[in-house]
Write a protein that binds this ligand. Structure first.
Ligand code: NAD
Length: 353
């Protein structure tokens, strides 16, 4: 069977790690027809949009995509392409596994946890009011009328909506994921005592739904305390269930726990579509030099293979990554080596055999 997969190379190191991942996935022998999906800075000139409708249509048609990172220009008024993609395709669940890898020295051994992050709401929904704008001033006046709330005239505002319906689906997703992947404990991170009507609703809804899954353990921790516990004893955790913003921050923290951003894959999953991408960004500081670590992107490809039912090939890619890391001779700069992106990909492709 041939799988149609949209490949979105993205910006910065994206095209480099995308080519490396394609090289490895093709070497598994799984039949993949790659469909080009331009997005990001490279799409603006030829397509007139950072996220062309044709790319969204291609993903809707193929249902799966492998995506490199896309730069979000700061302070230009551009909506983040990553956020737009997740919202337009309703990819409500981000899944980011962080496990200790062989041959990668870190402070903690035996880490094996998964961040499940709500991907569409919260402070990342994109409801913003620019400082001094007519809308910000109108909002300020309305808030004063509504509840006597005072915000400074020179404040910019970002809203934090969290809904019961949005929470139900991510909580159900997390529990079903735990069951399907033989995980035994879900820890929810929140700041409910301070943000009663957003985090409070998330926690309350999650707690109620958790009662339907008595076979999976349940724990509630405030997100600041959770951060402290994670850096001291990450082995205590199995699945972390988090609203959007905390999920974004803690998945980078978890990447750091197991050796860095170059290693951690991710999936954005909705009812209909799934987009696989590494946790890392476009790394402008090393872009164009052919030295980025492609492993996060390659492991994202392994998650994609598993998603489309190629379980054996997915396991082989993960085993090949482990073998190359364990061997230690071919390593990229972030892991203390000198190998190029292509050399790492070649070594992993060779280890597949
Ligand atoms: P980043 O993840 O791009 O880089 C952080 C650090 O990690 C840099 O020093 C970088 O060199 C290093 N790094 C990242 N990936 C690496 C890899 N594969 N191999 C070796 N080193 C690697 O984070 P940033 O600098 O904060 O963000 C850069 C841009 O990427 C921003 O525009 C940001 O908005 C965007 N971004 C996009 C996504 C996405 O597309 N999903 C995610 C995060 C950030």
């Amino acid at each position: 069977m041939t799988h149609n997969v949209v490949l979105v190379p993205g910006d910065g190191i994206g095209p480099e790690v995308a080519a490396a991942a394609r090289r490895v996935l093709d070497a598994t022998g799984v039949e993949i027809r790659w469909i080009d999906g331009p997005a990001g800075a490279g799409a603006l000139e030829p397509h007139g949009a950072l996220l062309p409708e044709s790319t969204l249509d291609a993903i809707r048609s193929c249902r799966v995509a492998l995506k490199g990172p896309i730069t979000t220009p700061v302070g230009t008024g551009f909506r983040s392409v990553n956020v737009a993609l997740r919202q337009d395709l309703d990819l409500f669940a981000a899944v980011r596994p962080a496990r200790s890898l062989p041959g990668v020295p870190t402070r903690h051994a035996g880490v094996d946890l998964v961040v499940v992050r709500e991907n569409t709401e919260d402070l990342y929904q994109g409801i913003e009011f620019e400082r001094g704008s007519e809308q910000a001033l109108a909002l300020r006046a309305r808030l004063r009328d509504l509840g006597g709330f005072e915000i400074r005239e020179d404040a910019g505002v970002t809203l934090k909506p969290i809904s019961a319906s949005g929470t139900h689906r991510i909580v159900r997703f997390a529990f079903e994921y735990a069951r399907a992947n033989r995980r035994h404990m879900i820890t929810v991170g929140h700041k409910a005592p301070v943000m009663r009507f957003s985090d409070g609703l998330f926690l309350e809804t999650a707690r109620t739904d958790a009662a339907d899954y008595p076979d999976v353990g349940w724990e509630e921790i405030q997100v600041d305390h959770l951060s402290a516990r994670l850096v001291r004893r990450p082995q205590d955790f199995d699945v972390l269930l988090l609203p959007n913003l905390y999920g974004d921050i803690l998945s980078d923290l978890c990447a750091g726990l197991v050796g860095g951003l170059g290693l951690i894959p991710g999936a954005n999953i909705g009812w209909e579509y799934a987009v696989f991408e590494p946790v890392h960004g476009s790394a402008p500081d090393i872009a164009g030099r052919g030295i980025a670590n492609p492993i996060a992107m390659i492991l994202s490809g392994a998650m994609l293979l598993r998603h489309v039912g190629e379980l054996e090939a997915a396991a082989r890619v993960e085993a090949a990554v482990d073998a190359v890391l364990r061997d230690g001779r071919v390593r990229s700069g972030d892991l203390g080596g000198t190998a190029s992106t292509d050399e790492v990909a070649e070594a992993i492709a060779a280890a597949l055999a």
